[in-house]
Ligand binder design. Structure first.
Ligand code: ATP
Ligand code: MG
Length: 230
């Protein structure tokens, strides 16, 4: 089983295609050292979200290997792998239950204090306070009663609560106005401090302080380096 202590991630010559033969990722190699914040940028369709899906093992690679710490991810139990990584996906789908249930999902043991902290860090406090039923508000089928940005903040709160050593944000702020985005970026910075984090982004503001930036183009790494370097 995987007991991720460090949260080091290594992609070694990874190639991948979905069911069709069209190659999606071609010979991708990079590594993220524990605690680092790495950003992935690149045009739509260049394979950014696919990287995340492979890391979470929604699909197996066709060649090459992905390791967490020193373990190849296809050699660890799915459950422990998914325990090690918290993902804020590009399109958050909530389930038809209360806000509380959606935030607390995956951490039934979370204390009241932890939940309140996650709500604050995800900048959900004001929204929740504005609701007559507060945390007991039902979010509706797939979370349809919430805006895109509200759903993302619920997903961020959930990811914070998960306390996984690795955090992945797939354009976690894409449906936020720039004021909400800035406050969440501050929160993520705070949360990401003790974690390895991978941030997929469109906007420069999201990645300006990343330790390393990976630029994807047509399934390959076009270049990588710090913001200053690129
Ligand atoms: P965006 O910035 O729009 O989110 P992305 O860089 O995250 O784009 P991916 O979602 O990784 O791009 O998709 C890479 C390519 O793989 C795209 O051409 C997409 O059409 C294709 N693709 C994604 N998911 C699947 C799937 N489940 N089956 C087949 N092809 C897929
Ligand atoms: Mg994507």
């Amino acid at each position: 089983t995987l007991t991720v202590s460090q949260g080091k991630i290594t992609f070694n010559q990874v190639s991948f295609h979905y069911a069709a033969e069209r190659p999606i990722l071609n010979n991708i190699s990079f590594s993220i050292t524990p605690g680092q914040k790495v950003a992935v940028v690149g045009e739509s369709g260049s394979g950014k979200s696919t990287l995340v899906k492979l890391l979470f093992r929604f699909y197996d690679v066709n060649s090459g290997a992905i390791k967490i710490d020193e373990l190849a991810i296809n050699q660890v139990e799915q459950a422990s792998l998914r325990q090690a990584i918290a993902i804020v996906p590009q399109d958050t789908v909530l389930f038809n239950a209360s806000l509380f249930d959606n935030i607390q999902y995956g951490r039934p043991d979370a204390s009241e204090q932890e939940i309140q902290r996650a709500i604050d860090l995800a900048h959900l406090r004001q929204f929740i306070n504005s609701l007559p039923e507060g945390l007991n508000t039902q979010v509706g089928e797939r979370g349809l009663k919430l805006s895109g940005g509200e759903k993302q903040r619920v997903a961020i709160a959930r990811a914070i609560l998960k306390k996984a050593p690795i955090m992945v944000f797939d354009e976690a702020t894409s449906s936020l106005d720039s004021h909400s985005e800035q406050s969440i970026l501050q929160a993520l910075k705070e949360v990401a401090k003790d974690h390895t984090s991978l941030v997929i982004a469109h906007r420069l503001s999201t990645i300006i302080d990343a330790d390393n930036i990976i630029v994807m183009s047509q399934g390959q790494i076009a270049e990588q380096g710090t913001h200053q370097h690129l």
